[in-house]
Design a protein around this ligand. Structure first.
Ligand code: ADP
Ligand code: MG
Length: 239
């Protein structure tokens, strides 16, 4: 997954400026930075929830551009987990996990059910399969959202502040799930302010400010020896 010199505008407001980011297979990248710095916009460009205007984004060998016919192909290979879970409220947990494979990939129902149960077990909530999202805690809902993404067997998982809408006591169960995915070799790009997670899981930490990548490095260097004043200021606020 590669972004080369990517820029994006919302109207006349330039939200991303010449962003360069390359994520290798199996790599774990954490993106941090102040609110409004363009983190969500950047990762949303990677699965074409947003369109960029300049530069080049390539995902699994497919170049994302305005004339592309099949955005679904890209979304199939890039899973996304949102801050607010975004589960389908009118479907059971099980159906939330079966819907994508059945309706987008054409997987037969029995197989979709089997895959859904496998991944609900993977996130350790198989017993919630027949409940509706509203009956679950925030941490459980977010684990369903992770399982739902995994059911599509994506090549890359994007996480957009997956723990910031959770009550504090539920943060760790979601971070543990993410850590275990990382240990399985999943390629992951995580926007998060959980610096403990970044330290223990990330291969690389990226700091964004005002639509630009200001600094990046291996977690040890990044936390011990931040170079840019804006990185130092940010770390002093979140650590
Ligand atoms: P972050 O995720 O780092 O908080 P965002 O990518 O959500 O930042 O937003 C970056 C900037 O773009 C912010 O100033 C935000 O207000 C603006 N923005 C985000 N989405 C839109 C949109 N759909 N239309 C106009 N401006 C937007
Ligand atoms: Mg955001």
């Amino acid at each position: 997954m590669t972004a080369k010199n990517v820029s994006k505008w919302y109207g006349s407001f330039r939200v991303l400026t010449n962003v360069n980011l390359s994520v290798r297979k199996g790599e774990r990248v954490v993106i941090c930075g102040p609110s409004g710095s363009g983190k969500s916009t950047l990762i949303r460009c990677f699965n074409r929830l947003e369109a960029h205007q300049e530069g080049e984004i390539t995902v699994n060998g497919v170049r994302l551009h305005n004339k592309m016919r099949n955005v679904t192909e890209v979304r199939k290979s890039v899973g996304m987990v949102f801050q607010n879970f975004n589960l389908f409220p009118h479907m059971t947990v099980l159906m939330n996990c079966m819907a994508g494979p059945m309706w987008i990939k054409g997987v037969p129902e029995a197989e979709a059910r089997k895959t859904a149960m496998k991944f609900l077990e993977r996130v350790r909530i198989p017993e919630q399969a027949n409940k509706y999202p509203v009956q679950l805690s925030g941490g459980q809902q977010q684990r369903v959202a992770i399982a739902r993404s995994l059911c599509m067997e994506p090549a890359v998982m994007l996480f957009d502040e997956p723990t910031s809408a959770l009550d504090p006591e539920m943060v760790s169960e979601v971070l543990e799930t993410m850590t275990s995915l990382a240990q399985d070799g999943m390629t992951m790009v995580c926007v998060t302010h959980e610096m403990g997670f970044a330290r223990s899981v990330a291969d690389r930490v990226i700091f964004m400010d005002a639509g630009q990548i200001v600094e990046e490095g291996a977690p040890n260097d990044f936390f011990a020896n931040p170079q840019h004043p804006r990185t130092k200021l940010f770390l002093s606020q979140v650590l």
